[in-house]
Design a protein around this ligand. Structure first.
Ligand code: PLP
Length: 398
C-alpha cells in the first residue's frame, strides 16, 4: 500500500499561470533582485484605493451584526441594485439574479450546472485561465475560438460557427477581454448572439471590466442585443470598485422563461448547497453601484496614461509589438523572438526582476508568442519595467 495521499486525476491539468509564475519570481526575489510586478490584476497592490463610502457600508453592516448567513442568492437590497444596474445596461427578461464569491464562483457554478462529461464549451483564445481550469475539473472539453490580433483581437463569428459541434453547450465571451484588453464591436456581439440563438447555446458573458473601458468607446452588454437569447451576464465589484479582496460577484440570467427554467433551478440547487457569499460584504453592492462614482473618471485617466506608455514603449523595439488595449488593464504584446515565451519570461524574471505572465498561460495561436503585462503600476515603475523588458528582448537568445 502506498504511504502517501494521492490527489485526484481531475487536478492534473489545472494551471493558473498568473500565480504559477510567482514561484519563479520568489526565487529571483530571494536572490536579491529588485522586483517589478506586472503579473497580477489587483489594483489595490498599486496606487488605487477603495472609495471610502464602500468600506464604510461594510463596516456598518458588521457593526450591526449582519455577520450570519444570508439567503443563498444574496440580500434583497443588493439584488435590487444589481437588477437596476442590469436594466440601465439594457438587459430585459431578467429571469434570475444571484450573488457569488466573486465572478470566479459564478463561473464555476454556472458551468457545473450546465455541462456533462464530454460536452464542449467555446472559450476565447487567448482568454482568462479560470475557464480552462474549471472545464478541466468538470471533464468538459474546452473548445477554443481564436481572437484575431490583426483585427484588434476581435472574435471571428465565422470561426465560432465552424467550431460548434453536436456537444457544444455554451459560448464564453470575455468583454473587455483579459488578457488582451480588447473590447468587442457591437456588430461582432450581435453575430455571436445570433449564432447562440440558432444553435440553442447559453452565452456566458463575463463583463467584469465593463466600467474600465478607455477612449470613450463605451460598452455594450451582449444580453441587451436580444432579450430572448439565453445569456448569463457576470459582473462584480473586484475591478471597477477596487475591492478584489471582498470577493463579491454576481450573475444575471436573461432570456425566455421556458428555455431557462430547468437550468436556473439547477444553478439554484448549487447556490443553496454552498449556503451564501460573504454576508457583510454584500452591503457594499448597493452603495457601489448607486453611490458616488467619483473614483471612476480618475481611475480611467490614470489607466489611459499608463496604457499609452505601455503601447508606446512596447512598440519601440523590433522584438516586441503591442496592439493597443481599449479596456481593462492588460496588454498582450507579441514577441518576435526565437524560442518559447515561457523560456523568455522565466529568464526575464531571473535576470531583470520584471514579472509578467507568458502567453502560453492564456492560450494563443500555435507558433505565436506573447506575454501579458498589467499596466496598473505608476508611470515611473511602468517605464522602468518596460525599459528592462526592451533591453532584455534586444539581446535575448534562447
Ligand atoms: N473574469 C475575468 C475576465 C477576470 O479577469 C477575473 C479576475 O481577474 C475574474 C473573472 C475573477 O473575478 P472575481 O474577483 O470577481 O472572482
Amino acid at each position: 500500500m502506498a504511504d502517501f495521499i494521492l490527489p485526484a486525476r481531475r487536478t492534473d491539468d489545472i494551471k493558473y499561470a498568473v500565480r504559477d509564475i510567482v514561484v519563479v519570481a520568489e526565487k529571483a526575489a530571494r536572490a536579491g533582485r529588485e522586483m517589478l510586478y506586472l503579473n497580477i490584476g489587483d489594483p489595490n497592490v498599486f496606487d488605487f484605493r477603495t472609495p471610502p463610502h464602500i468600506v464604510e457600508a461594510v463596516h456598518q453592516a458588521m457593526q450591526a451584526n449582519r455577520n450570519g448567513y444570508s439567503p443563498s442568492s444574496g440580500i434583497r437590497p443588493a439584488l435590487d441594485a444589481i437588477e437596476r444596474e442590469a436594466e440601465r445596461k439594457g438587459l430585459r427578461n431578467i429571469r434570475d439574479l444571484f450573488i457569488t464569491t466573486g465572478v470566479s464562483e459564478a463561473i464555476d457554478l454556472c458551468l457545473t450546472a450546465l455541462a456533462n462529461d464530454g460536452d464542449d464549451v467555446l472559450t476565447p483564445r487567448p482568454g482568462y485561465p479560470l475557464y480552462s481550469a474549471i472545464l478541466s475539473k468538470l471533464h468538459v472539453v474546452e473548445n477554443p475560438y481564436d481572437l484575431d490580433e490583426q483585427h484588434g483581437w476581435q472574435p471571428d463569428p465565422d470561426e465560432i460557427a465552424a467550431r460548434i459541434t453536436p456537444r457544444t453547450r455554451a459560448i464564453v465571451l470575455i468583454n473587455p477581454n483579459n488578457p488582451t484588453g480588447s473590447v468587442c464591436s457591437r456588430d461582432v456581439l450581435q453575430q455571436i448572439l445570433d449564432l447562440s440563438v440558432r444553435h440553442n447555446l447559453l452565452v456566458l458573458a463575463d463583463e467584469i471590466y465593463d466600467k474600465l473601458v478607455l477612449d470613450g468607446i463605451g460598452h455594450t452588454s451582449i444580453a441587451a442585443l436580444n432579450p430572448d437569447a439565453s445569456v448569463i451576464t457576470f459582473n462584480g465589484l473586484s475591478k471597477s470598485y477596487l475591492v478584489p479582496g471582498f470577493r463579491i460577484g454576481w450573475g444575471v440570467v436573461t432570456g425566455r422563461e421556458q428555455a431557462l427554467r430547468q437550468y436556473v433551478e439547477a444553478v439554484n440547487r448549487l447556490l443553496r448547497a454552498r449556503l451564501c457569499a460573504s454576508h457583510p460584504m454584500q452591503y457594499a453592492i448597493q452603495p457601489s453601484l448607486e453611490g458616488e462614482q467619483a473614483h471612476l473618471p480618475d481611475v480611467l485617466k490614470r489607466l489611459t496614461r499608463r496604457r499609452d506608455i505601455t503601447v508606446q514603449m512596447l512598440n519601440s523595439t523590433p522584438q516586441v509589438s503591442c496592439t493597443a488595449p481599449r479596456g481593462a488593464f492588460y496588454a498582450f504584446p507579441s514577441l518576435h523572438i526565437d524560442g518559447s515565451d515561457d523560456e523568455f519570461v522565466r529568464r526575464l524574471i531571473e535576470q531583470t526582476g520584471v514579472v509578467v505572465v507568458p502567453g502560453s498561460g492564456f492560450g494563443q495561436v500555435a507558433g505565436t508568442k506573447h506575454f501579458r503585462a498589467v499596466f496598473l503600476p505608476d508611470e515611473a515603475s511602468l517605464t522602468r519595467a518596460f525599459q528592462r523588458i526592451i533591453d532584455f528582448a534586444a539581446v535575448y537568445k534562447p
